[in-house]
Design a protein around this ligand. Structure first.
Ligand SMILES: [Zn+2]
Ligand SMILES: [Zn+2]
Length: 243
């Protein structure tokens, strides 16, 4: 009996590999289509970008004050930013799973919320932020591409890999905000025809926004008619422009 039961449990784990919540890692009973436990699902609701955020870049704003991020050039080259979550706690954990965990599983709930942010808005293509080929080999997957593919399934907008990395760049997260623009300068090149297209850049998180501004510059130089940014979350550390 014991052996059968152990085998049964192993089978259940095979069929339902997300027997642990992707956020808190607690072993829990989890719906096969929702990789989070109820507590983390509820916590994520509290991490949705609030009504008081800047309507242009989604940065938090003290009541009535102009947005420091926009004023500092944070949105240079970008028409509009979209993101469901603020980058902290459960949202941050789920996004880290995109990089260091079961990518596809973590991407599903994020992509679902991301697609909702752009409902009713027309884009010609989704452009995933590229990974350098050496990092792609080491990680096996580009999380931005995985998100873009899932969003494409929901919206019907095609994925256009219009950008490529020309050199390896240091992980932005290891650098202070001021050094991030220099780190990505010239690191992206056009890899597809974008003339006249309304494009939506897709990335996992906007921290300083330096990579997105660099990407937008390259796409606009290639003749893109418009460039918006869709991320799963925006960091709100109160960084100015470079943030
Ligand atoms: Zn959980
Ligand atoms: Zn703003």
């Amino acid at each position: 009996m014991m052996r059968v039961s152990a085998l049964g449990q192993a089978l259940v784990r095979l069929i339902y590999p997300q027997a642990r919540c992707l956020c808190c890692d607690e072993p829990r009973q989890i719906d096969v289509n929702r990789p989070l436990c109820g507590a983390c699902e509820a916590a994520l609701q509290d991490l949705l970008v609030g009504e008081d955020a800047c309507g242009h870049c989604l940065s938090p704003r003290a009541g009535g004050q102009p947005c420091a991020y926009c004023a500092g050039g944070g949105m240079l080259g970008l028409d509009q930013a979209f993101a469901p979550y603020v980058y902290r706690e459960q949202a941050r954990q789920l996004i880290l799973r995109l990089k260091f965990g079961p990518v596809e599983l973590a991407a599903q709930p994020l992509a679902r919320e991301m697609a909702l942010q752009i409902s009713g808005i027309r884009f010609d293509a989704l452009v995933p932020m590229p990974l350098h080929s050496s990092r792609l080999r080491e990680r096996g997957m580009n999380q931005s591409q995985v998100l873009a593919r899932l969003i494409s399934l929901q919206t019907g907008y095609p994925v256009l890999e219009a950008l490529r990395k020309t050199r390896k760049i240091r992980r932005q997260s290891t650098l202070p905000a001021a050094a991030r623009a220099a780190n990505v300068k010239g690191a992206l090149a056009l890899a597809g025809e974008v003339k006249g297209l309304q494009l939506l850049l897709v990335d996992d998180v906007r921290t300083t926004g330096a990579t997105a501004r660099e990407a937008a510059g390259v796409l606009r130089a290639g003749g893109a008619a418009g460039v918006c940014l869709l991320t799963a979350a925006v960091a709100t550390g109160g960084q100015h422009g470079a943030a």
